[in-house]
Design a protein around this ligand. Structure first.
Ligand code: ZN
Length: 324
């Protein structure tokens, strides 16, 4: 069909349908939730492994335990790709602690790891938080995961908890078992006023202001609240993208690092604060209650060709010990 013949309404419906399909892909990745404890996560992994074909990309990349040596390269797109030369975010920093350490998902492109460390250092003055609790980043070689996440495949995505880092150090068991804070009311329409406070606006604004940050995925109720509270400085709201879930964490996605030829950026978010019609769609019954769907898992052949070499590369002795 000629592009000019597509009405605005048709375009909006198509966008909504595409968003629904993507959400269903995410749901189809497994029932796992960002907050699952170590035991719940292990049970989900076992169930997924039992039903996946041998050449499923989730199986191949989900069982990798060490990064592929080589220069840092984000290969492919956020939801279909892999990562070479990953580095680990240390479990502890002055302003961060890595959560769910038993998952071994604190690997990322060095550009993302550096940005997490920089933003964590800034968050005490920006929002009054002692620091960040860091959720899943990527697997040692990126790729699709056995549980949770449609994206997080090329080391440029990170989940950050909506619970400020406590002042003390958490034990390994606490990091694998404790919960974040759910900011969204039960009906999904608004934030929970007992939990929401002004520090969240300051935190989201500080993260969105960084030029490397491409998008921040948040629950629609949180976007709605940020739209209400933002005042006249609203340009940063363009990067705040409503999406399903994201009640207990936010997802920060950065742009492809310079000089990374195989990394595919997403188109920039539409201009404007995104607080109007686009946001309203997220509160329709269709968006609040998407139908369940079964989605075929990605096979190794569905990823960029270079990902096969990334999967096959022998780990160095250093990498096997988890050292950079
Ligand atoms: Zn995420």
């Amino acid at each position: 069909m000629h592009r000019g013949l597509v009405t605005r309404r048709q375009a909006m419906l198509a966008a909504a349908a595409a968003a629904t399909i993507i959400a269903l892909v995410l749901l189809g990745a497994g029932r796992a939730a960002a907050q699952d404890t170590a035991a719940e996560e292990a049970a989900h992994r076992a169930a997924v492994l039992a039903r996946l074909p041998p050449d499923a990309a989730q199986r191949v990349f989900g069982l990798e335990t060490a990064p592929a040596p080589g220069p840092a390269l984000a290969i492919g797109s956020y939801e279909r790709g892999c990562l070479e030369g990953a580095v680990a975010l240390p479990a502890d920093g002055p302003n961060w602690q890595v959560m769910r350490p038993s998952r071994n998902r604190a690997w990322g492109h060095p550009a993302l790891i550096a940005l997490i460390e920089k933003l964590a250092a800034e968050i005490p003055s920006a929002a009054g938080w002692p620091g960040f609790l860091i959720g899943d980043i990527a697997q040692p070689r990126g790729g699709p995961m056995l549980t949770g996440h449609g994206s997080h495949q090329i080391g440029l995505d990170v989940d950050i908890w909506l619970r400020p880092m406590p002042n003390g150090r958490l034990s390994a068991i606490e990091r694998d078992e404790m919960s974040s804070i759910d900011l969204v009311a039960a009906d999904g329409q608004h934030v929970d006023p007992r939990r929401w406070n002004a520090s969240y606006l300051a935190m989201y604004r500080a993260v969105a202001a960084d030029p490397e940050v491409a998008r921040i995925f948040v629950n629609p109720a949180i976007k709605r609240q940020l739209c209400r509270e933002a005042g006249t400085d609203r340009a940063w709201l363009a990067k705040i993208r409503p999406w399903w879930g994201h009640k207990t964490h936010f997802h920060m996605r950065i742009v492809c690092p310079a000089g990374d030829p195989e990394c595919h950026d997403q188109a920039p978010p539409p201009a404007g604060d995104g607080c109007g019609k686009e946001l309203a769609w997220w509160f329709t019954p269709q968006a609040l209650h998407p139908p369940p769907a079964h989605v075929k898992p990605l096979l190794l052949n569905n990823l960029p060709r270079a990902c096969r070499a990334v999967a096959d590369a022998p780990a160095t002795a250093m990498a096997r010990r988890g050292l950079p």
